[in-house]
Ligand binder design. Structure first.
Ligand SMILES: O=C(O)CCC(=O)C(=O)O
Length: 165
């Protein structure tokens, strides 16, 4: 999977490199419409999209994927995925390296929860985790899990969504 993704062009207009499939997402405008359609998902993403629907996580296969590359020291700012753009289930698969994802409750930012995203795992954001809690990844070179310092390596995530049009 990593070999296939690395053979595809990376966009480098953010602090981290990304690839968009299905629909391009406009981070500044936080919107998606038909004009941003890029075509069907490539086979490598479509396989997971169909699998996520077959497992009942999505009601039908997701049609948009953003691939994020995080080198050690890179992260993603706390955010809630665009509500008018995407339906209620978001799934992110971690490849290459584990990392800690930090959740902060919007209504009460003193409420925090750290979740280790293991290499090869999928995190499913639905309901409160999708709409009421921000998620982000701190730009660190290592995570501390149960008091143990774990150096980060290159992590690639594939985030699957269904576009609302
Ligand atoms: O890398 C991840 O697992 C999360 C990605 C993410 O939150 C996003 O693309 O909006």
């Amino acid at each position: 999977m990593l070999t296939l993704l690395d053979a595809s062009p990376w966009l480098d207009d953010l602090k981290r490199r990304v690839q968009h499939y299905g629909y391009r997402y406009d981070y500044k405008a936080r919107r998606i419409d038909y004009s941003m359609y890029l075509g069907a998902l490539p086979e490598c993403c479509d396989y997971y999209a169909r699998q996520l629907a077959a497992e009942g996580i999505f009601t039908s296969p997701p049609d948009q994927v953003i691939v994020n590359e995080y080198l050690p020291g890179q992260g993603i700012a706390p955010h809630i995925d665009c509500m008018p753009c995407f339906e209620d289930t978001i799934v992110s698969i971690s490849l290459g390296s584990a990392c800690v994802m930090n959740f902060t409750q919007l209504a009460d930012p003193t409420q925090r929860y750290d979740q280790v995203l293991e290499r090869g795992s999928a995190v499913v954001l639905q309901h409160a985790a999708r709409f009421d809690w921000q998620h982000g990844i701190k730009p660190l070179k290592f995570d501390t899990v149960n008091g143990v310092r774990q150096p980060r390596q290159r992590r690639i995530s594939l985030t699957f969504r269904k576009v609302k049009l």
